[in-house]
Design a protein around this ligand. Sequence first.
Ligand code: 13P
Length: 254
Amino acid sequence: MDKERKLIIAGNWKMNKTVAEGLDLVNGLKRELAAVKEVDIIVCPPYTALSEVSKAILDSNIRLGAQTMSEHQNGAYTGEIAAGMLKEFSVRYVILGHSERRQYQKESDALIAAKAVAAHAAALKPIVCVGELLEERESGRTEAVIASQLEGSLKGLTRAQVEETIIAYEPVWAIGTGKVASPQQAQDVHAFIRSRLTALYDEAISRRVRIQYGGSVKASNARELMQQPDVDGALVGGAALEIRSFSDIIKNSI
Ligand code: 13P
């Protein structure tokens, strides 16, 4: 597939995998995916596995991401992890504002924006998540919700930083439910996100930003989703936990 933007497919392990299980997974992925050059491949283990997974993928085409981080650089924030600490393990990406964190940790757009600023300051690339709830879609508010999450979560970033930010569109009703957005539904929202980026910044920026789709991505639906003109990758949950399913998603997307 020939796309202007390089595909970026990330596995969000969420709160799964011990160190040993994580190593089994990435060692298998290394074997399966060694020849892949067309896709940026990212794994996002829990914090406890970052150190060992980082060493295991050193000599591979797999890159490391974290699932969240603090907006602060250091200090009295019990339980939090700063960008500089992630850098110690060669983390390059960090997921911010995942819907589970918006829901359970009550993360706001303003907080996510502060985290994105801190990530860029440490030269980490944020993957900023947006997505509507089922009732928002059913009441015709999808675009309004996405527009406001997008603008709020990118506030304070320079234009150059926005260009280096990855957006993940993850409709909340499709996460972990087996209910995937149709390729057309995904494309429509991705095109809308790109049009908002043009309005907020400019067309050159909006053309370069990569937009991932997330929500029940599997080996069987990845190809059609990735073929949509404005879908530039995937953020995968459940299917990223097994060697076979994650590597098939990547192979089927090429
Ligand atoms: P599932 O692929 O399990 O639906 O999860 C999507 C997700 O939340 C990735 O961040």
